[in-house]
Design a protein around this ligand. Structure first.
Ligand code: ADP
Ligand code: ZN
Ligand code: ZN
Length: 792
């Protein structure tokens, strides 16, 4: 019998290829079921081989083909190939990173037949599932040997004929919400006491018979609702609802905006550039209206019948952003965010693949959206670190977006007020085309920036007199203030004043943060917590010194300094509740908050006309990180945060407090001069052989046994000398092997070897050669990060 032979990509980190045989032809990118190490496993079909490599090899058969139309089209398969080569991951991990979790059938899940009978083509399932029997998919497969069980189960489930009981993640579990149902539409309001009357009026004004109780719980107390229920005016019933991250106002229509000249120029120059692949860098200062440039570009791409991917950092995926796009594009929009359940994610993926949604907005993984025909990719805030995935596969969504646009012959626009130096360098060499927005529409001025030096402040005040005075002034004028402190918790460490004992994380050997609200010590790397000690665990003393202040400490100080002010703190501790961001947004808009205090969670996309002062409490936090990108990050952070002030008619002021007022990142941030900063920073990078002039990679070695690791690293060191000697002088620099700055994390000792190579291909050669010379023993886990954003 004629046999086909295929490489099958399995969800394993192994870089080896696995081959299987099949009686039928299989499309590349289709899901298949195979047996691997005596376990059933889903894989993605790869290239077809001409024939068996040798007669001696006994190829195992493909057990089942799940798709006629492949889940990964040819372009996405090509992209997976690129990822595997460039980021040095297996093709399997690259393929599976592109697919929603529920597209991978769970062989151990139980299924039940729901329908009365078994229509064509499901009759084969009847003997196994008739009479309400429940079976595991694996059992079904055994019982119905040779039948396309997975395919039948999946399609039947899609048609609602069959139920698959999957292990649900917490987000997939339906949520129960109390709904209020009004039983009387026209009550005689005069008969009710004032509070009940007010509540009734409010509920009638909603204009719906039924609505979630939570929607009115801010304004109406439960006792009032309860009283009205007793009087028979309303009922309260729990209902299961799908989890929704955004409850946006879907009635908002398109917004008419007259583009200013700069915006019009950017739109027409980008649309006029030759059709097909090309990268545009839209450099527009904060508040210059980059979104209004994206929208007409998206519109004209849709008009051509093509699809659009709009990448945005997760934290910038705010309700107002979504509302703007929802109003403009309605149901053709798919919004992909981390709060989606697996069920919602699958449904969305199917809609995109079917061409029902032609615009996809989402964080980095949206770069894999299966749009049938892609015309445009936009990467907003392209400098953001969150585009980089920090576990396998360690890809950068922005960079893959450029690659994907190239493969699909699409246009790509990268936008930022503070472009990454990589992109800035690319526009200066002519690889990218630059478009600039130098001003804010409607004559809104950039805020004045004042830099306050803390060097001469011997009192070590957290808030300088200048900042305190500026805040008081705003409070008096009933204007709002945003204060930014990029460190959560109360203080960065707790140390015994008598014996010097530092409270450290047992897993990571680094100091733990003190969280006063929970009276807890927490490790910000592994999340480990202990109750905070009342006395020193070593000497028993009761007095401690505390490290650098975090948001909780600032909050406490604000309450002392401005007892009359309404302070709202937003950081990942306070934001555990899903709605906290939305609540913050509404309270800020309603001017229900005087001072908003937060970490970088508040540095993006907020647009409050009444905010006239932004204070950066310590610009040094990011500056002191021992990383070659710390200046860039500090500049970005200061500029982005400063962009939150003075967005409307009122002019804004920004105060930056720092111990390093002379540092060029601070000075240029003070002048809001990106170009000057970029020029100076690029000069450093060139001299120190860092990106964008050199390509970086690091191999991180982790091991529970510190002495074994150290011993192995001396072996690696010898090999790395061999590698280095194979390259010409300036082509390659190797740093290490050396202990990583976080030398122990999660009970693992960590060493790394850093590669700096003049070109990507030299980098690849050096990594290949290292891999061929040195393989660590099993006890050491090694992974390679290409274009790493963190070297910690
Ligand atoms: P950016 O993303 O560049 O920081 P946004 O796109 O958020 O800026 O725009 C900032 C504000 O300016 C928004 O409120 C937006 O609606 C408004 N805006 C943008 N362009 C115009 C324009 N041409 N006329 C009036 N308002 C505009
Ligand atoms: Zn002590
Ligand atoms: Zn830890």
């Amino acid at each position: 019998m004629f046999m086909y032979y295929y490489a099958i990509h399995l969800p394993l980190a192994l870089s080896k290829e696995f081959y299987y045989r099949s009686k039928v032809e299989i499309a590349a990118g289709a899901r298949v079921l195979v047996s691997f190490n005596r376990k059933d496993m889903i894989g993605i079909c790869g290239d077809r081989m001409q024939g068996p490599l040798s007669d001696k090899i006994r190829y195992k058969p493909v057990l089942e083909v799940l798709d006629e139309i492949p889940v990964l089209g040819p372009k996405l398969m090509e992209l997976a190939g690129f990822m595997a080569r460039y980021y040095r991951c297996s093709l399997g991990s690259a393929c599976f990173a592109m697919l929603p979790a529920w597209l991978i059938p769970d062989i151990e899940a139980e299924v039940n037949w729901l329908a009365e009978d078994f229509p064509v083509p499901y009759q084969v399932l009847e003997p196994a599932l008739a009479g309400g029997q429940s079976k595991r998919v694996s059992e079904l497969r055994k019982q119905l040997k040779g039948k396309p069980v997975l395919h039948l189960v999946e399609t039947a489930s899609g048609q609602g004929l069959l139920k698959i009981s999957r292990k649900l993640s917490s987000r997939d579990k339906p949520k129960t919400v109390n709904f209020v149902r009004l039983l009387e539409r026209e009550p005689d309001l005069a008969k009710f006491p004032p509070k009940q009357k007010e509540a009734l009026q409010l509920m009638l004004a909603i204009g719906k018979d039924e609505f979630p109780l939570a929607g009115i719980s801010d304004t109406v107390s439960y006792s009032v609702v309860h009283a009205l229920r007793k009087k028979g005016l309303l009922s309260i019933t729990p209902k299961q609802v799908e989890r929704e991250f955004f409850s946006y106002d879907s009635s908002a229509g398109p917004k008419a905006v007259d583009l200013n000249e700069e915006q019009r120029n950017a739109v027409s120059r980008i649309s006029a550039s030759a059709a097909g692949f090309g990268v545009d860098l839209l450099f527009g200062i904060t508040g210059s209206g980059k979104t209004e440039v994206y929208i007409p570009l998206i519109r004209s791409c849709l008009k051509e019948g093509k699809g659009v991917i709009f990448l945005i950092p997760e934290i910038a995926l705010t309700p107002q952003m979504v509302e703007r796009f929802q109003g403009e594009f309605g149901s053709t929009l798919a919004i992909s965010h981390s709060q989606l359940s697996d069920r919602q994610r699958l449904r969305q993926w199917q809609k995109i693949a079917a061409g029902e949604c032609r615009i996809v907005i989402g964080a980095r993984s949206a770069v894999f959206a299966p749009l049938p025909s892609l015309g445009l990719i936009i990467v907003d805030e392209e400098h953001e670190q969150s585009y980089k995935q920090d576990n396998n596969p360690r890809y950068n969504g922005r960079d893959l977006a450029v690659v994907r646009a190239g493969l699909e012959n699409a246009r790509i626009v990268l936008g930022s007020a503070t472009p990454s130096l990589e992109s800035w360098h690319n526009q200066s060499t002519g690889k990218y085309t630059l478009h600039t927005l130098n001003s804010r529409p409607l004559d809104i001025k950039l805020p004045e920036v004042r830099i306050i030096s803390l060097q001469e402040d011997y009192n070590q005040q957290l808030l300088s007199d200048e900042l305190i005075a500026a805040v008081s002034e705003r409070l008096e004028r009933k204007e709002q203030v945003i204060l930014f402190q990029n460190r959560r918790g109360f203080s960065s460490y707790m140390q015994c004043l008598k014996c010097g004992e530092l409270i450290k994380c047992a897993n990571c050997d680094i100091s733990m943060y003190y969280h006063r609200d929970r009276e807890e010590m927490q490790c910000h790397y592994c999340g480990n917590t202990y109750p905070s000690p009342r006395k020193c665990p070593k000497c028993g003393s009761f007095s401690f010194s505390y490290g650098s202040p975090g948001t909780q400490k600032v909050e406490q100080l604000l309450q002392i300094l401005f007892p009359q002010a309404r302070v709202l703190r937003l950081d990942s501790d306070s934001a555990r509740k899903q709605d906290s961001y939305k609540t913050m947004y509404r309270r800020m808009k309603d001017r229900d908050v005087d001072i908003l205090l937060g970490t970088q969670m508040i540095s993006k996309g907020l647009d409050f006309p009444n905010v006239t002062l932004v204070g950066i409490i310590s610009a040094d936090i990011s500056l002191n990180v021992p990383d070659f990108r710390s200046a860039e990050r500090t500049f970005q952070l200061c500029t982005q945060v400063a962009g939150r002030a003075g967005r409307a008619d009122k002019s804004g002021e920004v105060i930056i407090q720092t111990y390093n007022p002379q540092h060029y990142a601070i000075v240029h941030a003070g002048n809001q001069d990106y170009r000057a900063f970029a020029a100076e920073e690029l000069d450093h990078r060139r001299r120190l052989h860092y990106p964008p002039y050199y390509r970086l990679a690091r191999i991180l070695f982790q091991c529970a046994d510190g002495s074994l690791l150290e011993q192995e690293m001396t072996v690696l060191e010898q090999k790395s000398l061999v590698v280095a000697s194979a390259f010409a002088g300036n082509d390659l620099f190797l740093l290490g092997p050396a202990p990583a700055p976080f030398a122990r994390m999660n009970n693992l000792h960590r060493w790394h070897l850093i590669f700096k190579a003049r070109t990507p291909s030299l980098l690849k050669q050096a990594l290949d050669q290292t891999a061929s010379l040195y393989t660590p023993p099993k006890a050491i886990h090694a992974h390679t990060d290409v274009d790493p954003l963190s070297l910690m």
